[in-house]
Design a binder for this molecule. Structure first.
Ligand code: TYD
Ligand code: MG
Length: 458
């Protein structure tokens, strides 16, 4: 074993420093440096290995490409890109209590019932607790192997002996190696344990899920430090209770930003197939300040409701508050509305929220946000059957959106009647409208929302 050296590592972003720092120069978090011992390789250890010689790409054999393993949970399969890619390593990250262990156990129980050899390594719960959870999920009789262990070397030993097809280590922050002196959960431990588990999965050719807690600043090394290592990162996000969204933020074997939705019930997580219905309340856009948009997440169109409230400010500096949407985009939309609709927001507090606690980065949201703001500012109820689709340019122009056809299909399916979109993408090349929707193409924001002077500015 090499000599060990003491260094200070930021527990948030793994920035290394020879001395303690109060504020991390990389991620700018405070009080995140912890002293850790790192191994220095003995001299000569880094000498090259002859077995890793360069190969011409044309001669590389892929070998037998086995099929993806279906988990039986279709929302999870979709997020993974059509099932678990064989011998891939997936990080499942989320806040404590969101349902990571429940999802993993449900998945393993399903796989076990389909005859796959699977193992659940529980670093946080005892065997009895796992059994109780499985009973709660109504599936406690499957031939699933459970190992309650936190020491890396023991876990590796069992994985090598067993050679399962899928293994789950819950959680990576609970696992430690005796080769490092730090406590489980610090950056060096998490990185080392994950790297050795990763190596084991690749050499033994099994798929491995690493469960990682995302925690508030500093306390435990976040899964951020593992993102570069693993093949896929699946995050578990909380929307409003009891719904959960699973999203792939990195996927070497599939599309990213693919979404899956679940509802946490009394007997585990239940899949939500009609995602649009989840984020769109029935009375949605007929309220003043509400509008509807069809966003596109992963390979899936999704209707959501945008809510805006513009009210007279009682503070020196008016407030701008956004939830589920980028703050800077709001500033841009407000500036465009001031300039091209003649609306003044200078003495108003502005609140914008995506209903249902959902987070959206799709630029197609701009026009719906503008419509909701306009409706609230002017006390102008929007027609409740209209969906607004379009990005706003700095010149007030309404710009095209991607995947228009899939969006229109979803809008029609959800029972809306009218769509406002960019005149640059309508009518289509063959000039036919295959939908029963009334399409209203517009060039400028003023083409859909009447400028202040003509709508009776207040
Ligand atoms: P858990 O999977 O333990 O979360 P994590 O592993 O991400 O920390 O789930 C935690 C919450 O879910 C817990 O508060 C209990 C609740 N729960 C249910 O509501 N229904 C269920 O069937 C199960 C198993 C858990
Ligand atoms: Mg857990």
């Amino acid at each position: 074993m090499g000599k060990s050296k003491q260094i200070f590592i930021c527990q948030h972003c793994s920035y290394e420093s020879a001395k303690w720092l109060g504020k991390c120069p990389e991620c700018r978090h405070w009080n995140t440096f912890v002293e850790e011992a790192v191994e220095k390789s003995p001299a000569g250890a880094s000498r090259s290995r002859a077995d890793a010689s360069p190969q011409p790409l044309s001669r590389i054999e892929i070998g037998e490409q086995s099929e993806r393993i279906l988990t039986g949970i279709s929302e999870l399969d979709r997020v993974l890109g059509g099932g678990i890619f064989p011998a891939s390593v997936i990080l499942l990250a989320g806040e404590p209590g969101i349902g990571k262990s429940t999802l993993m156990l449900q998945m393993l129980l399903n796989l076990a019932s389909r005859g796959q050899s699977v193992i659940y390594v529980s670093g946080e719960e005892s065997l009895q607790q796992v059994k109780l959870r499985a009973r709660r999920l109504g599936n406690a009789t499957q031939p699933l192997l459970v190992l309650a262990e936190t020491q890396l070397e023991d876990i590796l030993y069992h994985l090598e002996q067993l050679r399962p097809s899928v293994a789950v280590v819950d959680s990576i922050q609970a696992v430690y190696t005796t080769e490092l002196s730090g406590a489980p959960g610090n950056v060096s431990q998490v990185r080392e344990c994950a790297a050795r588990l990763f190596q084991c999965a690749k050499t033994q050719k099994f798929s491995l899920f690493l469960v990682g807690h995302v925690t508030k600043e500093g306390a435990i090394a976040g899964p951020k430090v593992l993102e570069h290592l693993v093949d896929a990162v699946v995050t578990f996000e909380n929307t409003h209770q009891p719904y959960r969204i699973v999203r792939a933020t990195k996927n070497r074997f599939g599309a990213t930003n693919e979404l899956g939705a679940f509802e946490m019930g009394n007997n585990g997580l239940v899949e939500v197939a009609n995602l649009s219905g989840l984020f769109l309340s029935p009375e949605c856009s007929s309220h003043t300040g509400n509008s509807a948009v069809c966003t596109y997440e992963g390979s899936r169109p999704l209707l959501v409701e945008v809510q805006a409230l513009v009210s007279r400010s009682h503070y020196g500096t008016p407030q701008r508050t956004v939830s589920g949407f980028d703050y800077r985009r709001l500033a841009l939309i407000l500036a465009v509305m001031e300039r091209y609709l003649g609306l003044d927001f200078g003495i108003h507090d502005v609140f914008v929220k995506i209903a249902g606690g959902f987070r959206i980065d799709d630029p197609a949201l701009d026009l719906a946000v503008a419509a909701a703001l306009y409706s609230s500012r002017q006390d102008y109820p929007l027609d409740g059957h209209t969906v607004y689709l379009g990005e706003l340019g700095l010149g007030g122009e309404v710009r095209p959106v991607v995947h228009l056809e899939a969006r229109l299909q979803e809008i029609q399916k959800m029972g809306f009647q009218r769509v406002v979109l960019s005149a640059h993408q309508w009518p289509p090349a063959n000039r036919k409208n295959p939908f029963s929707l009334q399409i209203n193409p517009v060039k400028q924001i003023s083409g859909v929302l009447p400028p202040a002077a003509s709508s009776g500015r207040r």
